[in-house]
Design a binder for this molecule. Structure first.
Ligand SMILES: Nc1ncnc2c1ncn2[C@@H]1O[C@H](COP(=O)(O)OP(=O)(O)O)[C@@H](O)[C@H]1O
Ligand SMILES: [Mg+2]
Length: 274
């Protein structure tokens, strides 16, 4: 089992950056010269009706990287994830995924490319079993055949064995942690290259959150998948991610290696109560 923070030691080296920076654009330029990011946002803004919620957001996620997006309630984190995954249109800016400009793509087409969101609040079908929910997650599955879906189910059950034991159980009767695990598993069924997870820890006991994060560490190592973790719990996110972005009032105000952010006085005062 990985201990907290171990991800940083194992694979964060190429994202090293000496200083935290107040941000106008993506900061980690050292990596972009060697390898193209999996996801890139440039100058993104959006909102609801007349109300602007996000301003000039630029960020990136490299292949195999775990990136955290942290910020207080109402900062615009879910709005940003929904814009990336095509549920909400951007007003300005571009979103590039795996070298392709997906800014105007619809959500289903984006999911088919391997950019998959686990939504805040899990949104499972409570009257269906775990396995039925997982099968629904395969609707964007790029292989698509019954055999491929059966193989993916097996793979997901190997990664998350607790779900296999309960696969015939209706999801409304699961605990919060089990529901979150099921929501992550449903995301995995779509064969993502990048999984966006919105508020993994919200409403869950610390030991359950640890279990879920350990499962994510395992998936990250075994599947070489990238993650964008959105969290109000800044400590949890920074302990697990390679890099992080801090969103305040719809602006990215800080970014850098997660270990540096954890030590930053600004972060400690504003988010960690220290
Ligand atoms: N569907 C919506 N319609 C109008 N305003 C919204 C909607 N969803 C979120 N907002 C507003 O956008 C802002 C950011 O919300 P959200 O993205 O949910 O923040 P976070 O996920 O960081 O808590 C808040 O002021 C919220 O009230
Ligand atoms: Mg949210």
């Amino acid at each position: 089992m990985l201990r907290r923070g171990e991800l940083n030691k194992t694979s964060g080296a190429r994202h090293k950056q000496s200083e935290l920076t107040g941000v106008k654009g993506p900061l980690d330029t050292s990596s972009s010269t060697q390898e193209k990011p999996l996801l890139e946002l440039h100058g993104l803004s959006t909102g609801y009706g007349e109300t602007q919620v996000l301003w000039d957001i630029s960020l990136h996620v490299m292949h195999g990287e775990v990136v955290a997006l942290v910020g207080a309630n109402g900062a615009g984190k879910s709005t940003l994830l929904n814009t990336i995954s095509g549920l909400l249109q951007s007003w300005e800016g571009t979103i590039v995924f795996a070298g392709r400009d997906i800014t105007r793509y619809r959500a289903e087409r984006i999911a088919k490319l391997g950019l998959v969101q686990v939504p805040q609040g899990r949104r499972l079908f409570g009257g269906l079993t775990i396995e039925e929910n997982l099968r629904l997650g395969a609707y964007t599955n790029r292989a698509g055949s019954a055999r491929a879906i059966a193989a993916d189910l097996e793979r997901v059950y190997m990664l998350l064995p607790k779900l296999c034991e309960r696969r015939k159980q209706l999801t409304h009767s699961l605990s919060g942690g089990e529901q979150q695990m099921c929501a992550i598993a449903r995301g995995l069924m779509a064969r993502p290259n990048l999984l966006l997870i919105d508020e993994l820890s919200l409403g869950l006991a610390p030991n359950i959150v640890d279990d879920l994060l350990t499962a994510i560490d395992n998936i990250h190592r075994q599947e070489k998948m990238s993650f964008l973790l959105v969290e109000q719990d800044v400590q949890i996110a920074l302990e697990r991610a390679h890099r992080a972005y801090v969103l305040e009032g719809g602006h990215i105000v800080l970014s850098g290696p997660a270990t540096d952010l954890l030590k930053s006085e600004k972060i400690r005062i504003a988010y960690l109560g220290a």
